[in-house]
Design a protein around this ligand. Structure first.
Ligand code: ADP
Ligand code: MG
Length: 894
């Protein structure tokens, strides 16, 4: 039986459609003609595109598929086979059949015309009661590693992309990773790396799949979805990955009218500086009656010596706690920066209207009884929102406990608080009770700078505060206790920027059913709320704590100790078993024990009794003394491979270590202490903490925290380097008709750097380094692995065939002795001198220095270095001075 089908679908039978470029889609991935497939489907109220339509779109943006041709008769099916060759696969094409295999609509391994005819008839027979558009005939893909890529949408974070390996990996093990769109190249690499099965992709020997093309595929999907908001969800399930490339075997897109989210608009554009450092505060509801909340708030301001003007507002009083009171905030003659409202809920609206009339820019509503209580409260809150919006007034709360800023002696809390020390920790908490509870206890071992409680966050939310804290120089660690993320997309943007400046540690209870979503795609069914949160945190570089204990373990470490610059750790212990525990956790955290060079091993041996074993961990046994530990640490500080310390101390004699530990010069290498069962030696632990050493009751926690600090540092450096690299205005040029690329040096350049130095003449090296110079592994490490906050190097790199080669290197080094000054040096390899490469490199470095905020660039060289002096002159450096050998030149950038 042969039945000809008349399809309404646009893919023509048996013809590969070629489309001409359309000028109106410039810069966009998807051409108008193909975008029209989506638009038409939306107009027709269809919820998804079938496989062949989806694949046509994918092919149109350069994503390989097994094909999208449709046959509407047996003859057409055979004609397609003539074009594409055997073996082929045939599939039912019907808007009514979503899962084709389950319904018997997929025929694999069709080797010849006979198979194809039979398969065609079988499919028609199976689906005779359904609407059939046709039968897809496509190439049979050769076996590869099966994977899934999908996109779904989250109400708070917007579109998310998923990657996982196919089959049991995703269905049973749920081995998948998510990222929020759009993704960067780095995100793509990380999300592949993130799945547990990623080793399978790398192969046991050599590369099993083409990771580069997989990354590019993820980036393309990201761009496609971002540019076409009608694509709600998408499944490429499966695609086959090969050592060279990949092919998409099945694809489905879910489409609808784009939904506009207002969460994309920022609310915190105006700086909150005056909110955290107000010069004057009015307390509406301030009271003299002990026990009242209005008493507590006003008392806290006075007892902590708030330095600005205070205006208690209380209609029944002439003064409160000796401060002149006012009937209404409107009666205050001078301007008021901030008002705290602590009156019964029903009086809040009027109080806020008064504040707005007075021109107060910031209001903290500590009063409760709003959205948290039900419908009536929600309505009251909405009325307040419309009042403040009209006046451009910003509100914290309601239902919060205000702000503490120890650097401004300002405590707005509802609960009475005793003395607080000034610290570097900034904290955002939802609930005031939580903040107060932990403050009382934690203030023994941790010093806070700013604590903000956001309550119902009707206006100012966690992201606004995060944004401000990242900008406040008193704050070097940010801690967030979050219950829900209000505008996820903006949080990711702000957190990504904040995390480059300082560590952001988040505790998020994520297992709630916050965002219910309609699940249509397979990807959506795999995207639980917590997966989304984890993706957001990973992507923005935020450190996620497991629980409160972990949160403050991390906070104490980041607040008191520098970030380790390497992953080698020296463990000093009095008991072998805790040394083993630390070691295990170090390796689980991608850290390692430092290797001790023979010279250091010898020195360590001399510092220990004969019976002690010299190794890492160093086991001092029960005879451990403070002096001994000091000796060992001082030797470790000198060793290149030791970047940090874990010191396991005896609780019984902990007190005797405090002063000695304080007296050591650690040269910016962090140290973590472990005291087993520390809760029973709490007085000495507090002393140790106050001396600046975090103390953990398990070696595992110390090791884990150290690992998280190190990885934070690595990530931060690479983010900083990336942002500096974006400042290069010119990244390619041609020298003698050879393409040359300008880029920043990175730790993978050790080989190229070494070749470069080996290729330079002794004379060139002498002129640059002013002493005999050769490439040693240590120097290579030192010159390629730069701390971007102190030093950047721009290289000119030429590619010949498969080989890359450095032609020149220019270096800007921050002068630590002179504010705003960078030292500059440059070397060009001998055959490439006098080709104006030096000038181009220098111009780029000058631009970089400007963007990095330097005021001057200084260069020094010997008088004989005519080539270098010529370059500097061409770049407008001025002579500063010279002695008989040296010339000093500088360029003013401001
Ligand atoms: P559905 O997911 O709707 O059941 P698919 O198109 O994914 O249908 O096909 C089911 C399975 O058949 C795929 O997971 C894949 O293993 C295999 N398959 C489908 N198309 C091809 C093809 N062109 N080449 C190789 N294998 C294929
Ligand atoms: Mg499928």
């Amino acid at each position: 039986m042969e039945k000809a089908l008349s399809g309404s679908q646009r893919a023509t039978s048996g013809t590969f459609v070629t489309r001409k470029e359309s000028p109106s889609t410039q810069g966009k991935l998807l051409k108008d003609e193909l975008a029209e497939i989506i638009h038409q489907a939306v107009r027709d109220n269809r919820s998804y595109l079938m496989e062949h339509e989806s694949k046509e779109i994918l092919e149109g943006i350069g994503i390989a598929t097994t094909g999208y041709l449709i046959a509407r008769s047996e003859d057409e099916a055979l004609a397609i086979c003539d074009k594409i060759g055997f073996p082929v696969v045939m599939k039912i094409v019907s808007p009514d059949v979503v899962h084709k295999t389950d319904a018997g609509g997929v025929k694999l391994h069709l080797m010849n015309a006979e198979d194809v005819s039979k398969a065609y008839r079988d499919i028609l027979e199976t689906f005779k009661y359904q609407h059939i558009e046709g039968v897809a005939v496509q190439r049979m893909a050769k076996a590869g590693i099966e994977a899934i890529i999908g996109v779904t949408r989250d109400p708070s974070f917007g579109p998310l992309i998923m990657f996982g390996l196919g089959g049991v990996f995703v269905e049973v093990l749920r081995d998948i990773s998510f990222r929020i769109l759009p993704i960067t190249e780095k995100d793509a690499a990380e999300m592949i790396q993130d799945i547990r099965g990623s080793d399978i992709l790398k192969g046991y020997r050599g590369q099993a799949v083409d990771l580069e093309s997989l990354q590019q595929l993820l980036l393309k999907i990201s761009q496609l979805v971002v540019e076409n908001p009608e694509i709600q969800e998408l499944d490429l399930n499966p695609l086959f990955l090969y050592p060279d490339g990949y092919v998409t075997v099945d694809a489905r897109m879910f489409v609808s009218e784009p939904v506009l989210h207002d969460h994309l608009t920022a609310t915190g554009a105006e700086s909150l500086r005056d909110f955290f450092y107000p010069q004057s505060i009015a307390v509406i509801g301030a009271s003299d009656v002990a026990g009242k909340l209005g008493y507590n708030v006003f008392h806290n301001l006075i007892s902590h010596h708030y330095p600005g003007k205070l205006y208690p507002i209380n209609p029944g009083k002439a003064s409160v706690m000796g401060v002149r009171a006012y009937k209404s905030i409107r009666d205050v003659e001078d301007p008021v920066d901030l008002a705290i409202v602590i009156v019964p809920a029903k009086a809040v609206e009027a109080a806020i209207a008064d504040c707005c009339a007075k021109g107060v820019r910031f209001v903290v509503v500590e009063a409760a009884g709003f959205a948290e209580t039900g419908q009536e409260g929600r309505e009251a809150q909405a009325r307040i929102a419309s009042i403040i919006r009209k006046h451009g007034c910003r509100v914290l709360g309601p239902n919060c406990s205000g702000v503490i800023n120890t650097h401004h002696n300002m405590v707005q809390s509802i609960g009475l608080l005793s003395d607080l020390k000034k610290g570097n920790v900034g904290m955002v908490a939802q609930a005031g009770v939580y903040a107060a509870g932990i403050l009382t206890g934690l203030s023994n071992v941790l010093d806070f700078g700013i604590v903000a409680t956001i309550g119902n966050k009707m206006d100012i939310n966690e992201t606004d505060i995060l944004e401000y804290l990242s900008d406040d120089d008193h704050i070097s660690v940010i801690v967030m206790y979050m219950e829900d993320v209000r505008s996820g997309k903006r949080f990711v943007d702000v957190a990504s920027r904040a995390a480059v400046r300082k560590p952001v540690i988040v505790l998020k209870s994520g297992r709630t059913e916050a965002g219910k979503k309609a699940v249509s795609s397979h990807t959506a069914s795999l995207a639980g709320n917590d997966e989304v949160n984890s993706a957001a945190f990973r992507q923005s570089g935020v450190i996620r704590a497991r629980d409160n204990e972990h949160l403050f373990a991390l906070t104490r470490a980041f607040s008191k100790q520098p970030v380790p610059k390497g992953n080698g750790v020296l463990v000093i212990t009095y008991t072998g078993s805790l040394g083993v525990a630390a070691t295990d956790m170090l390796y689980l955290s991608d850290m390692r024990l430092a290797t001790l060079e023979p010279y250091f091993r010898e020195r360590l041996k001399n510092a220990l009794p004969d019976y002690a074993s010299v190794g890492n961990p160093i086991d001092c046994s029960f005879s451990m003394t403070p002096e001994q530990v000091k000796n060992l640490i001082e030797i470790g500080v000198e060793s290149n491979d030791v970047a940090s310390f874990i010191v396991v101390l005896q609780g019984e004699i902990l007190g005797s270590f405090v002063d000695v530990m304080k007296s050591i010069d650690y040269k910016e290498k962090p140290v973590m202490c472990v005291v087993a069962c520390k809760e029973f030696m709490i007085n000495d632990v507090v002393k140790m903490e106050q001396a600046g050493f975090p103390v953990y009751s398990t070696a595992e926690m110390a090791a884990e925290v150290l690992g998280q600090m190190y990885h934070y540092g690595v990530r931060r450096q690479s983010a900083l380097t990336d942002s500096i690299a974006r400042h290069l205005t010119k990244d390619s040029l041609s020298v003698d008709n050879n393409p040359v690329r300008l880029r920043l040096i990175n730790p993978n350049d050790i080989g190229l750097w070494t070749d470069f130095v080996n290729g330079c003449s002794q004379k060139s090296l002498w002129l640059r380094f002013l002493s005999p110079f050769s490439a040693t592994p240590e120097r290579a490490q030192h010159f390629c692995n730069l701390n971007p906050e102190e030093e950047v190097a721009v290289v000119a790199e030429m590619k010949t065939g498969n080989q890359n080669k450095f032609l020149g290197i220019a270096r800007l080094i921050k002068n630590k002795r002179r504010e705003g000054e960078a030292e500059y040096a440059i070397i060009i390899s001998d055959p490439w001198q006098n080709k104006s490469l030096g000038i181009t490199l220098s111009e780029q470095c000058i631009e970089l220095a400007k963007k990095e905020g330097y005021k001057t660039i200084r260069a020094e060289t010997i008088q004989q270095n005519h080539a270098m002096i010529r370059i500097f002159r061409r770049c407008d450096f001025a002579f500063d001075g010279k002695d008989e050998n040296m010339v000093s030149m500088s360029l003013n950038l401001s």
